[in-house]
Design a protein around this ligand. Structure first.
Ligand SMILES: Cc1ncc(COP(=O)(O)O)c(C=O)c1O
Length: 226
């Protein structure tokens, strides 16, 4: 049964409803990213400026999602549009080094002073996979501790501990240890009992973009015990 609020949503978003019908045949669940699945259908947008997105039916929507958290300056910020337009005319993949990469690396190190060296990757998933491999290679150990529901991308290793993920070999799963966050005694005991831990990985702000926050004291304690 369609509820009054659903009916109102459908009436206001007929253009999105039509597009969803086409997309259902093309993409799994009609979406191109799992997190965009919405009931009864997701919206289709034409453009976005600052804090607003505009959909195909002409509705203006306040954007609380901000590019899955990545657009910290809002949509289409003039300085970013300028920089991208300038660079695209000069080439984007020079298969060589540039002054910009040095500036970028220095800025990353300013933001994260504990980063001794910087390596760029094309996605967070890939960066985390490489970080785990490096920790395993450096320590000669195999296991990695992660925390329940913390997200580190889609690779087989770190997907353990999240709901509804199949298709991961048990051999891979057996190299991961999933612990509850915010309890340092559990981490300490695990490290005492297990001498094969190469690394501990976590979302320092907590699972689900900080919706399940990490206590600042836990971060300090974790640094001490590792
Ligand atoms: C903490 C964290 N690690 C890893 C990732 C994976 O990044 P990507 O989607 O670029 O693979 C994300 C993405 O949201 C993230 O929030």
């Amino acid at each position: 049964m369609v509820t009054p609020i659903e009916q109102r949503f459908m009436d206001k978003h007929q253009g999105s409803a039509d597009r969803h019908e086409k997309a259902k045949d093309l993409f799994p669940d009609g979406v191109t990213h799992d997190a965009r699945r919405q009931h009864p259908f997701q919206l289709y947008y034409t453009h976005a400026i600052g804090p607003h997105k505009f959909d195909v039916d002409g509705n203006r929507i306040i954007d609380y999602w901000s590019g899955h958290g990545s657009l910290i300056l809002g949509h289409s910020h003039p300085a970013i549009v300028d920089a991208v337009q300038n660079q695209i005319a000069k080439g984007t993949h020079l298969s060589g080094s540039t002054d910009l990469e040095i500036q970028w690396g220095q800025l990353v190190r300013e933001l994260i002073p504990s980063a001794e060296k910087v390596r760029f990757h094309s996605s967070g998933t890939e960066a985390d996979m490489m970080a785990l491999r490096m920790a395993r290679a450096y320590t000669g150990k195999t296991k990695v501790i992660k925390f329940q529901e913390h997200f580190h991308g889609w690779s087989d290793y770190v997907a353990v501990g999240s709901a509804g993920i199949g298709g991961i070999p048990k051999e891979t799963l057996s190299t991961m240890i999933v612990l509850p966050p915010n309890d340092i005694s559990v981490v300490e005991n695990t490290l005492k009992e297990n001498k094969d831990v190469a690394a501990v990985i976590l979302e320092p702000t907590g699972a689900h973009m900080g919706l399940e926050p990490i206590l600042p004291s836990f971060l300090h304690e974790l640094r001490e015990v590792t």
